[in-house]
Design a protein around this ligand. Structure first.
Ligand SMILES: [Zn+2]
Length: 450
């Protein structure tokens, strides 16, 4: 009889603290032992051969658009793409599916879809909107990992913007359940008046779009959200912060005792506004891409540990919604979950060698698991934890071409891929290896522990 189900030999094991060479043994979906040259036999031995083993990436910011808008993406194609990108868990956002996740029924519908189709473990966000404040309790009972609110118009008519009074009431409910509220923070009035002025002049260039969503609009909304979080005692998670000034506001509030965390997305670290000139519509998002100097300063914030989490904000749409000569009309959302993380790993390695990897682990696994209440089983490679593992190899001169999304749209097409996701494992099951999604494994619904 074998001692273990699985044994990974000779890995460069990345933890929150360090990178060290070790073997990892897995039994019954869990990490069973870690050590240098482990003694014992296994049903399957995986020679890691000096590649890195990272804990599986937990992508807390995903739009798979199912049920109802499978023609935009879908849980099967989306989870395949994320598995190829090193993800073992995703949290799906409550909007862009139809119906949006606003009550018990829509939650159950999405959960059933994901249980049928996802190759990764998953959690689900619920909405915080003016029309479902009274359904937040049932969403909490159903097991949402948090509530998402938009402070500016979200772009789909079935998900309503939360004005400050709505946000406050929603935060009070979320605080009772000890669940975080995630906010898209951009000041609606400021943006609307800038957009109106641009439109009145007939402007439609991508630069006009960038100018209509300035950093000031982001900061104004972050300030409101921080005040309300302080007042209500709600845990606040500001999603896709695009600028260091926003991170500074959040860090200052943390020092004053506000329970707040900040997310940024790989695209704010990998792309800058002027790149839209060559990439075009696939690089449109909100908040928009910023300047090169803002991007560089955002990297400094990330290396300083001031940015808590990295989420892809994978937000695809059919190609016809990404093609218009009027940049204001183009769908704002970047399809990215397949390459966002490996490209970020490669850039970290370029800047800091493997010394930067522990911080990557914190912001894609450990800190995400802790923030969203799944830290008892996910987020680290340690005995007793789920065997969610990603094998990463550096080097090579491959260029990005094969996209697993429903639509082959990505701002990163033909970019060199210098960190390769070789394999992704979820609870000891291989879900992705060498360019292919493996087997018919299905992921499990994750309920936060509070
Ligand atoms: Zn989003």
């Amino acid at each position: 009889m074998s001692d273990w189900d699985l044994l990974f030999r000779g890995a460069k094991l990345v933890s929150e603290e360090s990178v060290r060479t070790a073997d990892v043994a897995v039994t019954d979906e869990k990490i069973a032992a870690i050590g240098a040259d482990l003694d014992g036999s296994a049903k399957l031995v995986v020679e890691v051969d000096e590649a890195y083993l990272f804990p599986g990436i937990i992508d807390a910011h995903i739009h798979f658009n199912e049920p109802g808008r499978e023609h935009w993406e879908g849980i099967l194609t989306g989870s395949h793409a994320l598995a190829a990108g090193g993800g073992s868990v995703f949290f799906d956002m409550p909007l862009n599916a139809s119906p949006p996740t606003l009550d018990r029924e829509s939650f159950a519908q999405k959960r059933a879809c994901a249980e049928q189709k996802s190759v990764l473990d998953f959690g689900l966000w619920g909405g915080l909107t003016p029309v479902n404040l009274d359904q937040m309790d049932e969403l909490a009972e159903s097991g949402v990992i948090g509530f998402k609110a938009f402070m500016s118009e979200p772009g789909t008519s079935d998900f309503k913007r939360a004005d400050p009074a709505t946000l406050k009431r929603g935060m009070q409910t979320a605080a009772r359940w000890n669940l975080p509220v995630g906010v898209h923070a951009e000041d609606n009035a400021m943006i609307e008046s800038l957009v109106r002025a641009k439109r009145a002049e007939g402007l439609k260039h991508w630069q006009d779009y960038l100018d209509s969503r300035p950093i000031e609009a982001e900061l104004a909304a972050i300030r409101v959200a921080l005040d309300l979080a302080g007042e209500t005692g709600c845990a606040l998670h500001v999603v896709h912060v695009s600028c260091p000034a926003g991170i500074e506001l959040i860090s200052a509030a943390k020092r004053q005792g506000v329970d707040v965390t900040a997310e940024t997305c790989p695209h704010y670290l990998l792309l800058k506004g002027e790149d839209i000139g060559t990439i075009g519509a696939p690089a449109k998002c909100a908040p928009p891409l910023r300047s090169a100097s803002v991007q560089e300063a955002l990297w400094q914030c990330w290396f300083a540990g001031e940015i808590d989490t990295l989420g892809s904000d994978h937000s695809p749409a059919p190609p016809d919604m990404k093609t218009s000569n009027d940049f204001f009309e183009v769908w704002g959302g970047i399809a990215s979950c397949q390459h966002a993380f490996p490209l970020t790993i490669a850039e970290i390695e370029r800047r800091a060698k493997e010394l930067g990897f522990p911080q990557f682990i914190r912001s894609t696994s450990s800190a995400v698991a802790r923030r969203f209440g799944i830290g008892v089983s996910k987020g680290k490679i340690a005995p007793g934890y789920d065997a969610d593992l990603v094998m990463v190899r550096l080097g090579g001169n491959e260029r990005i071409q094969d996209l697993l999304y429903k639509h082959p749209v990505s701002p990163y097409l033909r970019w060199p891929l210098q960190a390769i996701i070789v394999q992704t494992w979820v609870r000891g099951r291989k879900v992705y290896a060498d360019g292919k999604v493996a087997g018919d494994f299905r992921g499990r619904f994750l309920r936060p522990k509070r």
